[in-house]
Design a protein around this ligand. Structure first.
Ligand code: PLP
Length: 378
């Protein structure tokens, strides 16, 4: 089998051969082995946030957005009001979900290259007593910025409100401990830092809060409470589960543990990120974010100023050399992104840098700098 291109993207991403091989079987959804694997998966995810008896894992068929939607629909009651903290596309998506579900919202928005600011959250909560819940994105994958989740949780708890977290692109690589950070639910998915294949989202929810969610969901298939009850009572899903994805996810969780859990996984990604950023800076490229707010998940680079640089050609030529990068999603600047996550290590990052160097030379671009330098002026 020829080597697939390496995916330097925020997911789906490159997975190990053993994760792929775990899928080479057929199971019925009532198969006892599958039911045991599913139960083990749920326990392992709760353990990852130190949730023990206080939290339950409710898996949800579909991509990550399905899990976020299920979380919002269940936790924000029809009479509730959600304050959405937005500094990128995924925060905006949460507000859109509320529009569909006709849930009242308040919005606080920051530019995509800035952190959400807990002081503003505290002010907004003091000013609007109708707000019952706050939603925040841990790593905003739009830019790669790491939001100050612990500080946000502190002001939300101090104001007596409930926190819902979209930790999709951070979960499993950046620590989130339920004993240190107060929240009601966090949503993530199989195909990001745990390095499984796409097809399953999951919500880790505080059991006492989850118990109050009955009847809130405006959607049958995404009814988190109903899904939880069915799993607790029968060990089975209400509707066809993505069995192959779940069995592969269980293998990915084993490999995550073998690497040293969140700390080990995070260390490899931080090294990937450093090698990438140092190498790109050496070629003149400029990251959007200062290092201290950059999550080691995905890095946004400004588009080079050299008129000979053509992003589509750059993308295609890198793909031909075996590396898939990611277009930008920013509104504040023309940019592209390179991911640090997936079954990739320093050698892959160095390989990608060498490919970038070669493609730049082919295009006749001397520097990745976004500044129009005097030397480049005709
Ligand atoms: C990937 C991601 C999602 C979910 O995206 P899907 O395409 O639905 O899997 C949600 N939030 C964030 C922050 C993400 O990075």
């Amino acid at each position: 089998m020829s080597q697939d291109p390496w995916l330097l993207t925020p997911g789906p991403l490159t997975t190990s051969m053993s994760v792929k091989q775990a899928m080479l079987h057929d199971w019925g959804s009532r198969d006892a082995n599958f039911i045991a694997i599913n139960a083990r998966m749920r326990q392992r995810l709760v353990a990852m946030i130190g949730g023990e008896d206080a939290f339950a894992c409710v898996p949800m068929q579909g991509s990550g957005t399905f899990a976020v939607e299920a979380m919002i629909g269940a936790f924000v009651p029809p009479a509730g009001k959600l304050l959405v903290l937005i500094n990128g596309a995924y925060g905006k998506r949460i507000a859109r979900i509320c529009d569909y579900y006709k849930r009242a919202t308040a919005i606080l928005e920051w530019p995509e290259d800035q952190l959400v600011d807990p002081a503003w959250v505290a002010k907004a909560l003091a000013a609007d007593t109708a707000i019952t819940h706050v939603a925040v994105v841990h790593c905003e994958t739009t830019s790669g910025v790491l939001n100050p989740i612990a500080e946000v949780a502190r002001v939300v708890a101090a104001a007596g409100r409930r926190l819902l977290i979209d930790a999709m692109s951070a979960f499993g690589a950046i620590a989130l401990d339920a004993k240190d950070v107060s929240f009601d639910a966090v949503a993530a998915s199989s195909n990001k830092c745990i390095e499984g294949v796409p097809g399953l989202g999951f919500i880790l929810a505080r059991v006492d809060a989850l118990k109050q969610c009955q009847g809130n969901a405006p959607s049958l298939s995404l009814d988190l409470y109903d899904q939880w009850q069915a799993l607790e009572k029968t060990g089975q899903y209400r509707f066809t589960p993505p069995i192959h994805c779940i069995v592969a996810f269980d293998q990915a969780l084993t490999e995550h543990e073998q690497e040293g859990g969140v700390a080990g996984r995070g260390a490899r990604y931080r090294n990937n990120c450093k090698v990438l950023v140092d190498g790109m800076r050496a070629m003149g490229f400029q990251p959007l974010l200062p290092d201290h707010v950059q999550a080691p998940i995905i890095v946004t680079f400004h588009m080079p100023a050299d008129p000979r640089f053509d992003f589509q050609a750059f993308y295609d030529k890198l793909k031909d050399r075996g590396y898939v990068i990611y277009p930008g999603k920013l509104t504040v600047a023309d940019s592209f992104r390179i991911g640090c996550i997936g079954r990739l290590d320093e050698s892959h990052m160095r390989g990608a840098l060498a490919a970038i160097r070669a493609v730049m030379a082919e295009m006749g671009v001397a520097s990745g700098s976004p500044l129009r330098q005097a030397a480049n002026a005709e």
